[in-house]
Design a protein around this ligand. Structure first.
Ligand code: MG
Length: 289
């Protein structure tokens, strides 16, 4: 799929790319080969974790809140739409507090009017929810997003290094990689996560650290992100950034993205391939030359 035009895909929303290029080049047959950095077009593919590998908010955190309510005997369920609205409130404890106050005519706040009691309940629920979330991660109960495994497979076959760069909790990210991707892929994948850098996204620190540690030229790195803060981090690091929107980032501003899609896409309905990414990076390099 050439990145030199405005495209629409039959099964997704608008697909577009602002950095037009139709520079021809040939990608050699490199399956299984070790490609030296001198001949590589792309130095590495760098994946965000939450929202890119898995739709963590929708399929992980939301499910965990609901299960925590159930285990505590509370008759509340946050559906996909309601949870989207609640995400406006940062922090899980704050989110629950706001929700229970909004439905104060129902239990648990109906018969719990002392502030300290409310706080204790919310704290207990949050601890339980966090444990449930880790159980889901460890069981591999969150599905991988479409095309993640395919694109990683293409990169591995072509000798292009892959890594995950996330400023979320290191244990959760490493477990998602190990459990969801399996040991074969996980062994080939560097993970940069958690408090390894002093500043979280949108600061570019996590991407710059990956470039430094892996010996990458940022201009030849392609990042896959799902959110505006991730996009800003990648662009501030000087990298190409593909956005694959997730459930709760649909309405965000992705003006600076090199391309925007609804997902990476499986083989039969792929939005982009490694070759497409190579064409994009090669085109940008030739425009600069
Ligand atoms: Mg994300």
């Amino acid at each position: 799929m050439p990145f030199n035009t405005i495209l629409r895909h039959a099964n997704c929303g608008t697909i577009y790319n602002k950095k037009a290029s139709s520079v021809p080049f040939i990608v050699g047959k490199r399956r299984g080969a070790t490609v030296s950095s001198a001949t590589r077009i792309i130095d590495a593919l760098l994946f965000d974790c939450d929202g890119v590998l898995v739709d963590t908010e929708r399929d992980g955190h939301r499910i965990s809140f609901n299960e925590a309510f159930r285990r505590k005997g509370l008759d509340h369920t946050w559906d996909i739409e309601l949870y989207g609205e609640l995400l406006e409130i940062g922090g899980g404890k704050e989110r629950m507090t706001k929700y229970f106050k909004d439905v104060h005519h129902l239990e648990p706040f109906k018969s719990m009017t002392v502030l300290e009691d409310q706080k204790r309940l919310v704290q207990d629920l949050h601890t339980l929810k966090t444990d449930i979330f880790m159980e889901l991660v460890e069981k591999g109960a969150m599905p991988l997003r479409p095309g993640v495994r395919r694109l990683m497979g293409e990169a591995i076959a072509a000798g292009v290094p892959i890594a995950v760069c996330s400023t979320s909790n290191e244990r959760a990210v490493s477990t998602i990689v190990k459990v969801m991707l399996g040991p074969e892929v996980a062994n080939l994948m560097r993970v940069f996560a958690g408090d390894i850098v002093p500043k979280k996204k949108p600061d570019p620190a996590i991407y710059l650290l990956a470039a430094k540690e892996m010996g990458l030229n940022p201009e030849r790195c392609v990042v896959i992100e799902d959110s505006r803060i991730g996009l800003r981090a990648a662009k501030a690091a000087g990298m190409t950034c593909m956005v694959t929107k997730s459930s709760y980032t649909q309405g965000e501003d992705f003006t600076e993205a090199d391309a925007i899609y609804d997902c990476i896409g499986e083989e039969n309905e792929k939005r982009f391939s490694l070759t497409d990414l190579e064409m994009m990076v090669a085109g940008k390099q030739s425009l600069k030359a």
